[in-house]
Design a protein around this ligand. Sequence first.
Ligand code: AMP
Ligand code: GLY
Length: 414
Amino acid sequence: MKILILGGGGREHALAWAISQNPKCTSLLCAPGNAGIAEIATCVALNIDDGEAVAAFAKAQAVDFVIIGPEAPLALGVADALRGEGILCFGPTADAAQLEASKSFTKEICAACNAPTADYAFFTDPGKARDYVEQQGAPIVIKADGLAAGKGVTVAMNVADALQALDDIFASPGGAVVVEEFMQGEEASFFVLSDGKTALPIGSAQDHKRAFDGDKGPNTGGMGAYSPAPIMTGAVTKKAMDEIVNPTLAEMARRGTPFQGVLFVGLMIRGGQPRLVEFNVRFGDPEIQTIAMRLGGQVLDLLLATAEGTLDQISVNWADDHALTIVMAAKGYPGAYKKGETIRGLGERSPQVKVFHAGTVKSGADILSNGGRVLAITARGKTLQDAHDRAYARLKRINWPGGFARSDIGWRAL
Ligand code: AMP
Ligand code: GLY
C-alpha cells in the first residue's frame, strides 16, 4: 500500500516511523517531511493546505491512503477534497474540524450534550468582553476564537493581564473571544479514534507546556511528554468517555457532521472528575511520539480502520510499558531563535530509543536545525523511570550548543 503523510514535524516523523514498520506499507511519501523523515520516506514539496493540489498529487501518484497530520489542512477541508476524489484518508472534514478550529463551536457542542467543561461567555464586542472580565475577576482564561497555533490562550492571574489579552485579540478586525472560568487540577491528553460510529481510546499522555524547568516560562507547543498518564485511571477514563467523548461524537453525528479521525481530548482532572479544556482534531505533538513508540506498526492498522469505518473490528494491543519524550528546542523558542545550526550525534540506533526530528533540514552530509522545536528524543521502558533514564542518556550524546531541553520531563509521575 502506498501511503502519503501530510506534515513535517515530530508528530509526522513518529507516525512515519511506526507506519513504516507495518508490512502493509510498501511505499511511504511525506509532504513536506524533514531530514529525519527523509531517512524512511520519500519527501515531496506540496502545498498541504491546498486540498485540490493534494488530491491531484495523490491521484497522479496512485496513493492508497493519506494521513493528515496538522490541524490547518483539516480546517481548510483537505480531507473533504481527498474524499471527494474517492481517496481514502485519515482526518475529519472541515465541518468536524470545527471542534478544534472554533472554541465557541466546541462550547456549543458541550452545552448541547451536557459535557463538563469550564463556564464561559462569548463576545464579539470588546466593551462587553471587558465589562464581563471586570465583573468576573481573576484568575480567568481568555481564548481567541480561531486556530492560533497554541498562542491564542491567556490564563490571566490578574484582571490587567486579562484586559491586555482582550485588547490584543480585538486589535485585529473580526476579533471574537471566549472568556472562560479558570479550572484547577491536573491536565492530561487523551486520544480517541472515531470512525463516525465507533470510538476507540488509544491511550493517554501528559505534556509539559511551559518552556523551562519547574513549569516556568512561556507556554510552548509542548516540551516533553510521557505515556501513559497515571491520572487517567480506569474510572477517570470511563467518565471521560461517558460524559465527554461519546456525547460529543453522538452530537456531531446527529448534526450530520460525524467525526472521523483522532479526537485529542485535553482534560483537567480534579477529585477524579475530568472536565474538558479543549478538543484538537489531530494527534498531539509531542504526545504521539510517546504513544507511537508504544504502539509501533499497529498504528497503521488503527488509522486504516478509522478511515474505513471498521473500528468495531479492531482492538489495541498494549505492551505493559511506558514511553517518555524530551523535546530539544532552539534557544529562544517560543520567541525568536536561530536556524541552520549543525546538530551532531544523531547517528546512533537503538530499538528502545528514537530521536524523532521535528524541525530539521539536510545540507550536504549535515543535519541543520530548521525550526523552534527541533528534536524529540523518545524512549520506552518497562517503567517510566527506565524510559526517562534512557531518553536523558541519549539527550546527553546530542551535540548542538544552540539547543535546550527541560531536565524535569515526567517529574509529576516520577
Ligand atoms: P488550550 O489551547 O485551550 O489547550 O489552552 C492552552 C492551555 O491553557 C491548556 O493546556 C491549559 O493549561 C490552559 N487552560 C486553557 N483553558 C483553561 C481553563 N479554563 N482553566 C485553566 N487552564 C486553562
Ligand atoms: N502538545 C499539545 C498539542 O499538540 O497541541
